[in-house]
Structure formats: C-alpha cells, structure tokens
Design a protein around this ligand. Structure first.
Ligand SMILES: Cc1cc2nc3c(=O)[nH]c(=O)nc-3n(C[C@H](O)[C@H](O)[C@H](O)COP(=O)(O)OP(=O)(O)OC[C@H]3O[C@@H](n4cnc5c(N)ncnc54)[C@H](O)[C@@H]3O)c2cc1C
Length: 1016
C-alpha cells in the first residue's frame, strides 16, 4: 500500500499539471493591477501605502481629492518604481479630473476582480458563466461593518431579497456532478453574523443570540422553503463562540433540527479549532441530522495577532504558517472520518491542502461527489478548472455588493494575495517547485523545531508569548518600551464570563459591610459613616466606610510624618517589591474587584476589568521606573571628581482621587508616592470609598508598614481642605474636577508657618474633548469609535468625547449613521455583560447632567435622545445636540455624562481652531485617511493625548502616558516615564576623589543608593 504522502503528491502533481496547462498569472486581470501587485511584493512600504490608498479611494468624492491623496501617499516613494509613480502624480496635477477618474476606474476594476456583482441581479450573470464551467456558488452579501440596528435591518432585508432572486433565477439548474445532489442545494448563501447585530459583545453570547435569532429566522425559513443552503461564515475570534453557540442553538430547535442544509466554518489557524470541531461533530451526532462544515485556514490572521499583542492576550492563532497547514490537514481527516454526519467543504487555494483532502478521502473510500472544494471568486481560477476536470465538486464564494462596503473584504484579499506566506504567491508569482509546494507541513515543523524554519513576520514574536510578561528592563533602553502591560481579561472566553458572574453573585452577598479608617496600621471606626450606594439601584448600599474628621486627619498626618523618617530610607528595591506584591494580589482578586466596581460605580464589565488592569499596570510600571531612577547616576566623567545625581522623597503625600477609575487612579497616585519613599494619606472619593478600602487592604496584605499608608475617607470640603492646607503635608496628588483642582493649586501656594517644603501639587483635571472627523474618514470606524468614546461608561471619563466636530462636506453622512448608532448602544444595568451605558454615579451627577441637557435644549437643537432607559437607577439617556456653536455652554463646560455636542465647520482650519478653542487640553481625536491632514492634526491639536483614527479614551499605562495641560492639568503624565519625578526632589552629591594628585582612572556610571545605616 502506498503511503498517504505519495498519494498526496500524486494528486498534487496532477492538479499542478492541469493548472500549468492553462497558465494564468496570479492576477488574472493584466495591466494596472498586475503591475501594482508585483511592485507590492517587492517593497513592503509601497504595499502599505498602496493598500491604504486603495482603502480610502472609494470614499473620495472628487477628482482633485483623489489626486491630492495620490500625491500624499506616494510623494515619498523612492526605489525602482519611483519614476512610474511620479509620472502618474505629475499627470494628475496637469489633469486631475482625468487622472482621478482613471484611477477610480482602475481601482474599481481591481476590486471587481474579487466582487462578483454589485447586487443580487448583477451577480446572476457571473453565476451563469460559472454554471457553464460546472462551478457552483455560495453568495455572500458584503457589508460586515454595520454600526446600528437600522443597518442590520437593511442587511437582513437584502439577504432575503438575495435568496429570493437566486431561487428564481436558478430554477431548473441541476447538479454539476449528478450524484449526491441532495447534499448540495444549488442556492447557497453565506451569512456573517456581525452584519445582523451591531452590538455583539463577546462577553454576552446570550444577548447576541437573542438579537440574532429573530433576524435570522425569516432568512432561514425562506431558505428552507426555497430549498436553499445557509452557511454561517466565521469572523474574528471575538465572534467565534457566539457563532458556534448560535448555530447549535438554532439548529437544535424543533423547527430546524431535521434540516440538513446548514453549515458553519471552522478556522484551522485557531489553536482551539480541533476542540470546536470535535464538539460540533458530537453535537451533530446528538442532533441526528447531517450538517456541513467549511474548513478554512482563516482570514483574520493579522487582526488576531495585532489584537492579542495590544491586549497582552495569548494569541488565538498559530504563529507559524505550517502549523495552520498541518492543523488544516488534521481537521480534514477528522471531517472525512465523520463523513456519515458532516458534509465537508474544503475552503483553500493551497494545492497541498487540497491534494491531502483528496488522498485521504480516497483512502477512506469516500466518493468525490460527497464533499466539495470551495474557492474564492477572482482567485485560483486555474485550480478551480483543474478540480472540475478531475471530477470534483467545486463551489465559488461570490461576494456581492458596492465598492465601499466591499473595501475591507477587498483589502483582505490583497493582503492574502501578496502575503509572503501564501500559497498563491508561492505558486503563481514565485514559481516554487512542485516538491516545495507539496511538502508535508509537519516536516517543515519538525525542521522548525530544529531552528531551521525562517520566520516571516516579526509581529508574532510579541503576541505568541503565553506567559505573563517578565517586566525585565535595562538601563539603556527607553523605559516605556521595556514594559509589557498586564493582560486585559478576554471576555470572549466562557470561563472568564463564568468567573465574572460568580464574582458578582458572591459580591452581592457581601454588600453592606462597614469599613474602618486605617491610621498607623490601626483600624478605626469613628461613629460616623459614609454610605456608598449602587447607582443602578438606589436602595442598595454597597458598603459604609468610617468618616474621618479633622481629628483623624491630624492623627493621620502625624502617623505619616513619623513613618516617613524610616520609610524614606527603605531601599527602593524593597519599595518596588511592595508594589509588585500588591499587583499580584490584585491579579488574584481580579474578578472580585471588578465585581465591586460594577456595584459601586456602575462600570460595565470590560470597563471594570480595564480599571483593575490599569491599577496592576501602575504598580508594575512604577516599580520598574523606580528601579531605573533609584540608583545615583554620574553626571559627567571628569578627572578627579565625581558627582552623582539622585532623588529624595518629598515627605507626606496627600492623595485625593475621583470615583470614575476607583482603583486605578487612586492606586496610581498612591503607589507612585509610596515607591518614591513618601508616606501617604489616601482619600478616596466618597462614592467609591469601598474600592478605596479594598486598595488599603491589598497594600496592607502586600506588607506596607504602619503609618506609611493611611486610609482616610471623609468630606473633601472639611477634612480634605484641612489637609491641603496642612504645614506637614508636602505633596498633594489630585485627580478630579477643575473647580476643586484650582482651589487646591491656589491653597497649596500659601506657605504655612513652620512649613518645611514648598508644596508640590500633581493636579489632573477635566476636559472638553473633541474629535474631528475629516471628509475622507473611514466612517465604519469613526462612528463606532466616536459612539464608544462619547457613551462608554456613560461619558464619565475625563477623556470622553464631548464635542464632535464635523466638516460640512460629510456632516449629513456622519450624522445619519451616528444617530442610528446612538440608538443602538446597549443601555442597562452593568451587572449584565456587554452593556455600554450604565447609570451615572449619583443623584447630584444625575441632576447636573439633566440640567445641562435642558441648557442644550435652549441653546442648540436636540438631534437625538434615547427614550428606553431603565426607570430604576441614575440612568441618563444618551443625548446628541446639533447646531452647537463654540461659544455655547454645552460646548464649553464639562458635562461628565453621555451628552455630545456636534459642531459643524467649513474646513480643517476651522475644525482645528474650534477643537483648540477651549480652556482644556486633555484628549482629542482625529479621524482621517489623508496623510497630510494627519500630520497637521498631530502637530496642531492642543491636547495632552491626541489619538488618530481610534477612540479618545482607554489610555494604557506606559503606552499612552496620560494627562493634559491648560485647565486640564499641570502637565504631568500618569503612567509615563517622568511621572515619578513629581514625587521626588533631585539632589547631587559631589566628591573630590583626588588625593595628593592621584585619582581613580574610572568612575562608575551608577553607584549604590546613599543609605545610612546600610541595610544588612
Ligand atoms: C470559499 C472560502 C470561504 C472562506 N470563508 C472563510 C470564513 O468564513 N472565515 C475565515 O476566516 N476565512 C474564510 N476563508 C479563508 C480565508 O479567507 C483564506 O482564503 C484562507 O485562509 C487562505 O488559505 P489557503 O489555504 O487558500 O492559502 P494558504 O496560502 O495555504 O494559507 C494562507 C493562510 O494561512 C494562514 N497563515 C498565514 N500566515 C500564518 C502564520 N504566520 N502562522 C499561522 N498561520 C498563518 C492564514 O490563515 C492565511 O490566510 C474562506 C476561504 C474560502 C476559499
């Protein structure tokens, strides 16, 4: 008996020979496209610019816009093809209308190579041609980037229309093979769930399924009636579990349990795909009706790798291409071995993958007509032809839609066609030998384990790491760059959803407890308490903390002052390790702390988790930073003398934190003070005092000595003001409102009798943050990100979007989609997963925001206000005002709630002037695909954190040091490399090291800390 490998080779060689009989270049459309692809494969920079240009092109309205973009994208192109590009640019300058049109026409032509028709009628022409070639079809409606439920309704309606048109137009079409045709209906439609529900949250599959089911049912019923086949496509990993669960749930229902013409996709590049496939097969056997699986490698490899890298997640996809190939083969075997219940479709253009499926099916004696090969429209034409000639069933995946919604699909295809790793490029562009093309991927992997396999993409090195980051750092590398952030919790994973649910129900049983003050390590109940209540449910007390008055404040200052004399001399390594232990405790108690935030401050799950992650990051980052600055550093190499620059702590720090990041901000300011050797009086906001008590508990468990940290909740106006003015307080770290911040700034400037130090104030205040949406912005992204920036956590982030600045050119387009998107966001009790908008913090905030809404109604036009918000709890409906002018109160004053003012401007000059025309300078955003405008925004927008083409909230420690200037703050950057310096005074110690004319030849760059007595 011949080995499987030799059978694979035999099949593979046959396919390749047939392919070579009908030579066709990789890119069947000759000329413009072919040239560009060839250039792209030679030069990564050109490829990047080209794909970006292609991405923006369909949204450009005029020829001159097209030419401007052409110039901006390619003006810097050097290299062998520079003359080609520059000639184009010169021509474009002379005749913009002509060049613009020609370019648009050419790029449309390129895209239409992959898009089979612009609508259901148009595509039928293509399908007829394929039918003549004995190729079947599955039609996919483009438009995955829906941003509102109106758009999903439109998509569902188009899906129904598509089904009906296809059913009518294909009446009488027979099966191309003529055997087992009952398994393969002629009409086959592929559906993406993200186009049917705009608010899918990976954390909440139940909600997604509840919304997707009613959208899908009419389509499924219609398909069944018309004898069609429905396939659920697979998208990004975040949607995978929802898709699988939805599929199983709907098709287990009695209405559909006996319907065999349904299919789903398994992506072999996913590490957990084998488990999923086993699970599906088991499900299918229990159901007792045949179903189909399309096996693919997966189209979102870059996306998954980038996302995992950004969130410090274990990367869900394999990092080496042969791993995906080998897994594809393993899953092929699993599918064919279970042929009695599952119909296999192999979605690949890779001749080795295809030949493997053929050889294995032969081994099992499975007839060629019982499975099929699926290939994409516009790709691998000769392979399709060869497979048909060999008597296999071939189906083509035919996307239908207009160019604009089709752009992301088109760019994915361009990436795939030019990928270094791709089979098509290897075969058709690089003409690799048959042996190389048909090589067993497992053999390649064996070699790679011996270190032979070249790695083609360095993105993976970061993302593939499975272990917790090491936080190693060196004195020579930029500090921000050596720090690897703590991971976010990935709520797409069911075990994390379960942990969060469990934490919430456990936390509920602990609500209402009382928490003491902690002064000098002593727990003190004062007889007076501050109650912290659940903003989602007025009557529910989350906890009560003892309230400190002036007497306790005095005790705390004394304790901190006394403790300072010892703590300041504790080696920085000891202090850094304290922070690291605290981080480890927070990590261990992560879900519990998140659950507390949900109850105490109304944070949605992911926001609460983000806050805990940030707190952990602050601890680890500041520990690392302290190690970098802790050792005295030589100032200059001078013969005979050495001078060492180093830092001393300032003294007693009074930390005053807000409630909106109840753990992170409090923890960030506190740990910065502690690690630098200061002692701390920690005052949380009254609304989040239980979170403050938790932080105290954590730092105590981590080993903070008595008096070094004192927990002192109380009234800001009484106890807080007393401490701000206190002569023994050396530093005030404040984050909060402008009103209070300015008062502190002023009071701290007055020197009290007996005061030792000039008080340092670290002051971070509010913002009136603007996002500008440029005329060429990608609206699919801009709408989603602006909606989130404005309404995420109810707009109660100091970084939240408050002023949306729209160019009149695209004002109507943006507004139309924005209002519908605002109508779609999920508002509700954040105990539910996947909520975007929960309650505002308390009654005072509730009334203040409602007052602003009244002011908005009198000043501007109420463009949208949500109606269906819960009656119980402090829920403010997401609200959008239009016709807002820069001088109106709603455009100038911080509202701190889910309210957005939209300002219409003539052009980018005016947009930037309006964005900058505010007292504040905290965050700002700019959506654009014009490289020149992006450069300009980067240079001119006045804000401490400027975000381009992304939301303006969600700063990450170390990566986006956070803080503003003007009336937003004193220019300090939390989570930045220079933050700790605010908590320190610099000092230089100089020694003459010459003795009678001789001196050491070398002085070390760093020396040990100046500590006396030296620690043993
Ligand atoms: C009919 C059809 C339908 C499809 N439907 C879907 C779908 O619903 N969902 C979906 O996600 N995809 C889908 N795809 C798959 C996807 O769009 C690509 O076409 C496919 O992954 C390309 O694989 P290949 O076997 O043709 O080519 P090959 O060149 O053999 O493989 C390329 C693939 O390998 C993987 N890869 C690349 N680099 C690496 C690396 N460094 N480490 C690990 N793996 C790597 C990627 O998945 C990449 O796409 C479909 C494909 C077809 C043909």
């Amino acid at each position: 008996m011949r080995s499987l490998q030799s059978e694979i080779e035999q099949h593979g060689r046959r396919i390749l020979r047939l392919v070579d009989q009908h030579p066709e270049s990789l890119f069947s459309k000759a000329g413009f496209y072919q040239r560009l692809m060839a250039l792209s494969m030679r030069d990564e920079q050109f490829k990047l610019q080209l794909f970006r240009f292609v991405d923006v092109l369909p949204s450009l309205q005029t020829s001159s816009e097209i030419v401007e973009h052409l110039e901006e994208y390619f003006a810097d192109v050097r290299d062998g093809f520079a003359p080609f590009v520059h000639a184009g640019i010169r021509l474009a300058r002379i005749a913009p209308w002509l060049s613009g049109r020609v370019l648009h026409w050419n790029v449309s032509g390129m895209a239409h190579q992959f898009i089979a028709g612009k609508d259901s009628h148009d595509v039928v022409k293509t399908l007829r041609k394929r039918r003549a070639q004995k190729i079947g079809f599955t039609v996919d409606l483009l438009g995955e980037a829906v941003v509102s439920e109106t758009e999903t309704d439109e998509y569902a309606a188009r899906g129904l229309d598509l089904l009906e048109t296809l059913a009518q137009e294909t009446q009488g079409w027979g099966d191309p093979i003529g055997r087992n045709s009952d398994l393969f209906p002629v009409v086959n439609v592929s559906i993406k769930i993200s186009a049917l529900y705009s608010q899918i949250s990976p954390a909440d599959p139940a909600d997604a399924i509840a919304h997707l089911t009613p959208k899908l049912l009419p389509i499924l019923r219609h398909a069944r009636e018309r004898g069609a086949f429905i396939n659920l496509d697979m998208e990004s990993y975040a949607h995978k579990n929802v898709t699988l669960e939805l599929f199983k749930k709907i098709f287990t229902d009695t209405e559909f349990e006996d319907w065999p013409h349904v299919g789903i996709v398994i992506q072999a590049y996913l590490r957990d795909s084998e488990i999923d496939l086993h699970d599906l097969i088991e499900w299918g056997r229990a159901r007792g009706t045949r179903f189909a699986v399309r096996l693919v490698k997966g189209a979102y490899w870059d996306h998954e790798t980038i996302k995992a890298g950004q969130n410090a997640w274990n990367c869900p996809v394999y990092s080496q291409k042969p791993e995906s190939d080998a897994n594809f083969e393993a899953l092929t075997r699993l599918l064919l071995e279970n042929e009695s219940i599952v119909t296999a479709a192999f979605g690949s253009h890779n001749v080795r993958s295809i030949a493997h499926a053929q050889a294995f099916a032969d081994d099992l004696g499975i007839d060629r007509s019982r499975f099929e090969f699926q290939l994409l429209y516009g790709m691998g034409g000769p392979i399709k032809r060869a497979l048909v000639e060999m008597g296999y069933r071939v189906r083509e995946y035919c996307p239908v839609g207009e160019l604009l919604p089709g752009m992301s699909y088109f760019v994915r295809r361009l990436l795939e066609n030019t990928s270094n790793e791709g089979f098509l490029r290897a075969k058709f562009a690089e003409n690799l030998s048959e042996d190389e093309l048909l090589r067993d991927p497992r053999e390649l992997l064996r070699k790679s384990r011996n270190g032979v396999l070249p790695r083609s993409n360095n993105l993976t090195t970061h993302a593939m790491k499975d272990s917790h980051p090491s936080h190693s750092c060196s004195l020579d590398t930029p500090p921000g760059d050596t720090y690897e952030n703590a991971p976010l919790t990935n709520f797409a994973q069911p075990e994390n959803q379960d942990k969060m649910r469990k934490a919430l129900s456990e936390m509920r049983t602990r609500l209402g407890k009382e928490y003491p003050l902690v002064i000098n390590g002593e727990k003190i109940f004062t007889g007076k308490t501050i109650a912290s209540i659940n903003p989602s449910s007025h009557g529910e007390v989350v906890g009560a903390v003892a309230e400190a008055g002036i007497a306790e404040a005095e005790q705390a200052v004394k304790a901190a002052r006394d403790a300072f004399e010892k703590w300041r001399w504790a080696p920085f390594e000891q202090r850094a390790q304290l922070l690291e232990r605290a981080a480890a405790i927070m990590d261990r108690r992560r879900f519990e702390l998140s659950a507390l935030e949900v109850f105490e401050v109304g944070k949605p799950w992911a926001e609460a988790d983000g806050d805990i992650r940030e707190a952990i990051d602050f601890c680890l980052f500041y520990a690392q930073q302290m190690r970098l600055i802790g050792r005295p550093r030589l100032t200059q190499h001078v013969p005979g003398e050495e001078s060492y620059y180093h830092y001393w702590p300032r003294g007693v720090a009074f930390v005053i934190a807000p409630w909106n990041f109840p753990l992170a901000i409090l923890c960030g300011m506190t740990t910065a003070a502690l690690v630098t050797g200061n002692t701390v009086i920690m005052k949380p906001a009254e609304q989040s005092a239980v979170c403050g008590a938790m932080l105290m508990e954590i730092l105590e468990e981590a080993g903070v000595p008595p008096g070094v940290l004192n927990y002192l909740p109380g009234k800001g106006s009484v106890m807080g003001a007393h401490l701000v003015d206190h002569r023994d307080v050396d530093l005030i770290a404040f984050t909060g409102s402008r009103e209070v911040g300015l008062r502190i700034w002023q009071s701290a400037g007055i020197t009290q009798p007996g005061q030792r130090e000039l008080k340092r104030v670290v002051c971070e205040m509010g913002g009136k943050n603007a996002i500008i949406v440029d005329a060429d912005a990608d609206l699919d992204e801009a709408i989603v990100d602006c909606t989130y920036s404005a309404f995420g956590y109810q707009g109660q982030k100091c970084s939240a979007l408050s002023r949306l600045i729209l160019l009149e050119e695209n004002y109507d387009r943006v507004m139309e989609r924005l209002l519908k998107a605002a109508a779609s966001v999920r508002v509700g009790n954040p105990e539910e997963p996947g909520i975007t908008v929960g309650p505002v913090i308390d009654e005072a905030a509730y009334n203040r925001i409602l007052d602003y809404i009244q002011i908005g109604k009198s000043e501007a036009t109420l463009a949208y206000q949500r109606e269906d918000v819960p009656a119980k709890g402090f829920f403010i409906p997401p609200t959008i005002f239009s016709d807002v002018k820069p001088n109106m109160r709603i455009a100038r004053e911080e509202i701190f709630g889910p309210v957005v003012s939209v300002l219409k401007v003539r052009d980018l000059d005016e947009a930037i002037a309006v964005a900058n025309g505010t007292d504040y300078a905290l965050t700002a955003g700019f959506f654009s695909r014009s490289p020149a405008n992006i450069e300009r925004a980067k240079a001119q927008i006045e804000a401490g954190n400027v975000y381009i083409n992304r939301s303006c909230t969600g700063a990450v420690v170390g990566r986006h040091p956070f803080g503003g200037f003007k009336m937003s703050g004193g220019g300090t950057k939390a989570g930045g490399a220079d933050y700790l310096l605010q908590f320190l005074v610099p000092r230089v110690v100089t020694e003459n090291i010459t003795r009678h004319g001789f001196a050491p030849e070398q002085t070390p760059e760093y020396r040990d800390e100046f500590l006396w007595p030296k620690p043993k």
